[in-house]
Write a protein that binds this ligand. Sequence first.
Ligand SMILES: NC(=O)c1ccc[n+]([C@@H]2O[C@H](COP(=O)([O-])OP(=O)(O)OC[C@H]3O[C@@H](n4cnc5c(N)ncnc54)[C@H](OP(=O)(O)O)[C@@H]3O)[C@@H](O)[C@H]2O)c1
Length: 243
Amino acid sequence: MDIRGKTALVTGAAKRVGRQIALDLAAKGADILIHYRESRAEAESLASEIRALGRNAAVFAADLTKAADIQKMTAAIFKKFPSVDILVNSASLFYKTPLENVTEADWDKLLDANLKGPFLLSREIGIKMSQGKGGKIVQIADWSGFRPYKDYAPYCVSKGGLLTLTKSLARDLAPKVLVNAVAPGPVLPPPDMTDAEKVAIAKSTLLGRWGDPADVANAVIFLLENDFINGAVLVVDGGRSVS
Ligand SMILES: NC(=O)c1ccc[n+]([C@@H]2O[C@H](COP(=O)([O-])OP(=O)(O)OC[C@H]3O[C@@H](n4cnc5c(N)ncnc54)[C@H](OP(=O)(O)O)[C@@H]3O)[C@@H](O)[C@H]2O)c1
């Protein structure tokens, strides 16, 4: 796929990794539909930055745990844009859930945000893509979907499910829509992580360091530009999963 002139919807794009993916897709010539949930000001500011690059940008809000929100957002998108050629599901919820304390509500929140939401949105957009010119979907998973972190069961299960969803959707949407995943390792610490934890995580990679959101964005672009990779997972973790 030539990314130039395509329309890309990036979820969780207002901040952090999603923002980098949106900016790098815009630099490659895509128009960007910026999805956010709460970070409206950051989403609007990103839209201005993308317009300054000479690309079109629009912002759309949705709580991806709610099917009705997803339908409202996709209806608003298709009112303004004839098609979505690229969907990158980057939005996600991440917090510690030790077994002794984890509640049913935690399980539902994490699975709904990280698995149900990407499923519902991929279905809406993927079916439109397959009825039209086709397209590409990239799910942002996590290497912990293969080898879970301790004390994060619902999160890791959600990401493992997302890896299986990638393969299911690749089958269901073939041949016009290609669906792949990126499984990042440590690229950007959450705001509440201590320095000691950051150092320990850096040491746990084969490279002895954190990656960068741009490493994830590069992998997304690689998958989009290659037209014979389908149902695959690209691990971008500095070798953490094999260390
Ligand atoms: N950071 C890392 O080192 C790392 C490592 C491995 C995997 N990953 C994966 O890479 C992706 C991006 O990582 P990140 O660290 O940038 O993510 P993040 O900061 O934890 O979350 C990104 C955005 O997700 C949105 N979000 C959360 N719950 C939502 C919901 N119910 N509905 C809609 N949006 C929701 C939030 O948007 P608002 O702010 O607008 O509410 C948030 O800003 C995620 O899928 C993550 O699992 C990241």
